[in-house]
Ligand binder design. Structure first.
Ligand SMILES: *Cc1c(COP(=O)(O)O)cnc(C)c1O
Length: 369
């Protein structure tokens, strides 16, 4: 699904040098590369502050802690997403309130948002799934009307741009109250282990998040709040510093792959190519089709040595860990249908035309014989 080896080999001298510098300095925790990277990413995103942390899941947790969400508070999130979003809500004793997604963009269905708001609702967590932004204008409108925080989960959409109707453009993660992202190796900007960050234009909130990520202390051994041990280590920051320069190239390459798939597959009646939202660019963390006979297609491709993945086979309301009272099969029809129809094809920065051609020919053969 990804080719991290060739991506590394392409920039090996630069990466190796950056790693060697960390080894030579032995400043493995809180070395200078961490702040350098945070500042470079803030500049790239045109954000006031980036607070690095240990992974994208922690970033979500730290965001909710920094916003002082309290047990019993309700947090609205899409039911069709990676589990991390719901996990931290539950861990903090908050109540996850699921909402269905749009069957075309796979993102949170804003038309259902206001129905879910109660007097306990404190925050909305839009997830920019697969690399394109949710409908942020409408989310911001509703959030401001009801005085809710907006926590953008931008783990899959780092670099994507959201355009408002007045042509103002903002990067994913900088639109709401606070944004979070992940540098897991297979993400669009991946390190060589775990890593994550929070993004915000509110410097007070950034300060608080920074403190929480480091045991609730500003001054060593003076703890002002309950925190976590969640730091981005120096080695990962050094690697990310090198790779950040290439993020626009990576995004371009992923879009070229997506375009190839689109052209080759748009005429296949039994699959639907991904829909591009008008308000967002797409950074194609995943290239996800809706396919008839999805499981058969997956098996057929597997037989030819072509990997594919199902993101996500079971939507959150049907997961054993997140079942809730009266919610059952049929409660979120769009998400349930997607979990039966979606299939993600290989997409990464090192794909060759020959591979793409083979994948597309194979899909056509499956359907047309
Ligand atoms: C990857 C991901 C996360 C979690 O990031 P980790 O770094 O793996 O903890 C959270 N949300 C979404 C949507 C993701 O894709």
């Amino acid at each position: 699904m990804v080719d991290l080896q060739n991506q590394y080999l392409r920039i090996k001298p630069e990466i190796d040098k950056a790693i060697q510098e960390v080894l030579d300095s032995t400043a493995f925790i809180q070395g200078p590369q961490v702040n350098l990277f945070a500042d470079a990413l803030a500049t790239y995103l045109n954000a006031e502050a980036v607070v690095p942390c240990a992974n994208g899941t922690d970033a979500l947790q730290i965001a909710m802690m920094a916003l002082e969400l309290k047990p019993g508070d309700e947090v609205i999130l899409p039911v069709f997403t990676y589990v991390a979003t719901a996990e931290v809500i539950a861990l903090l004793g908050l109540t996850p309130v699921f909402i269905d997604v749009k069957d075309d963009t796979f993102n949170i269905d804003v038309d259902q948002l206001e129905n879910k708001i109660t007097n306990k609702t404190r925050a909305i967590v839009p997830v920019h799934l697969f690399g394109q932004c949710a409908d942020m204008k409408e989310i911001l409108r509703i959030a401001s009307k009801h005085e809710l925080f907006v926590i953008e989960d931008a783990a899959q959409a780092l670099g994507a741009s959201y355009t408002f109707t007045d042509d103002v453009t903002k990067k994913a993660g900088t639109v709401g109250t606070i944004g979070t992202t992940s540098f897991f190796p297979s993400k669009n900007l991946g390190c060589f282990g775990d890593g994550g960050a929070l993004i915000t234009n509110d410097s007070t909130l950034a300060e608080k998040a920074r403190m929480i990520a480091n045991h609730g202390q500003k001054t060593k051994y003076y703890h002002e709040t309950i925190g976590l041990n969640s730091r981005l280590d120096t080695m990962q920051a050094a690697i990310l510093n090198v790779k950040l320069k290439y993020l626009p190239d990576y995004e371009k390459k992923r879009n070229e792959v997506a375009h190839y798939y689109d052209q080759a597959l748009k005429s296949v009646d039994e699959v639907k190519i991904p829909v591009r939202a008008t308000h967002s660019t797409h950074v194609f963390h995943q290239y996800t089709l809706k396919a008839n006979r999805r499981d058969g297609l997956k098996q057929y491709l597997e037989g030819l040595g072509i990997p594919s993945m199902i993101y996500y086979p079971v939507s959150l309301h049907l997961q054993n860990a997140y079942k809730q009272g009266n919610i059952k099969v049929g409660s979120f029809p769009a998400a349930e249908k997607l979990s039966k129809d979606v299939i993600s094809l290989p997409i990464h920065t090192e794909m060759k035309e020959q591979e793409l051609d083979f994948i597309c020919q194979s899909i056509k053969k499956f359907y047309n014989g």
